[in-house]
Design a binder for this molecule. Sequence first.
Ligand SMILES: [Ca+2]
Ligand SMILES: [Ca+2]
Length: 432
Amino acid sequence: MKKMKMRFLSSLAITLFILIFLPLTSVNVTGKVRISKNTIQLEQGEKTILKIKGVDNKAKIKWSASKKRIVTFKHTKKKKCIIIAKKIGTTTVKAKYKGKTYKCKIKVVKPKVETTPTDDTKPADDTKPADNTKPVDNTKPADNTKPADDNKPTDEIKPADDNKTTDEDKPADENQPTDEDKPSDEDTTTITIEGKEYELSFSDDFDSDTLDLTKWGYCPEMNRQDFGGKWRNSCSSIEDGHYVITCSVDEDGTPLSGGIRSKKAYEQTYGLYHFRFKMEKADGLWYAFWLYTDNMENGSVGNGATDGAELDIIELVPYENHYYMSVHWDGYEEGELQTHCEGHEVDDSFYESYHDIWYVWDEDGYRMYMDGTDENALIFNFSGDEYGDGSCAVPCDIVISSEFGRWGGGINESQLPSHFYVDYVRAYQAKE
Ligand SMILES: [Ca+2]
Ligand SMILES: [Ca+2]
């Protein structure tokens, strides 16, 4: 793990070095558009950055690979693209800009140091992240045989998206509440976002004494992840108008957390989702809001996301001071799962206050707004066509969960118990 971290830190340092210094040292005097490298050899699991030079920072570039399984991308349609070597083989990475295509041939070779499947130094497997968050059907027996997901570390090595505004930089939106004293009598039956009107279809303010089981089911009590953690119903509670997940380590050293899922009680295709929440800082775990359909697992592969996807609205990893937004599709099998994921850095103040997320899922794709609904609050904008050959077009239910695992870093018991507070959950459908 240390080795991995060192590798991560050094590659991050290199990445930062490149990000910080390249723009200063590579002033394009000729204006000629070109790709930063034409051939690269990478070890499996290694990362590199490709850039299109001679274009301005706002240029929209479409990155693709001739053989998708060899590499994965971390990029935001921008002039630079982070490439992670996934499988041994060769592929040509193409960057399309203004009708022209710029190419780089990438050869992925076996890492020099052999690793074992349980070794922390195992190369990042970008194809597997969804397993980590994969919900289990409430009706399904606990799957204790599911292998620990050691494969999530790719997210661990994800660099911060330096092009995004951090919460620190974001001007306070006076129209958005930042504390718990939000008036409860506001009209929430309709909402307008992106100029489109939406109508309330599901909500829970968690104002009753106990969890409303007509709306939610508990995530099954089962072993989760690779720290020996367990989901327990007793970790879920209703307190002062909030759904609360209490994350702790019991007397036997077992990490405990939990979650709830709206499956069977409520699901919808497309819509707008609004969550208000606070996530406390604690290492060793992550918190998540996500939309899920069992079709993700059962749907066919190679045909895009329209028949099912896992939409990770937010996964906050306090240890990394980052939250991540992902779309996964085409099932969870290695080599079949497709993923697009972006990260966003937070500072310590993020854990100390309540935040609001608005998540739009429609035929065009997926967009997430944090603490506001104007374009300055737009954190990510995934196109369904680009990431899944079309948006997920089947009903999904809402999952709220927390879990311990390697992705969350080492557990620090002095930070426990930690809490995930959800003030309310609202879902809307677009008005016709
Ligand atoms: Ca599919
Ligand atoms: Ca509430």
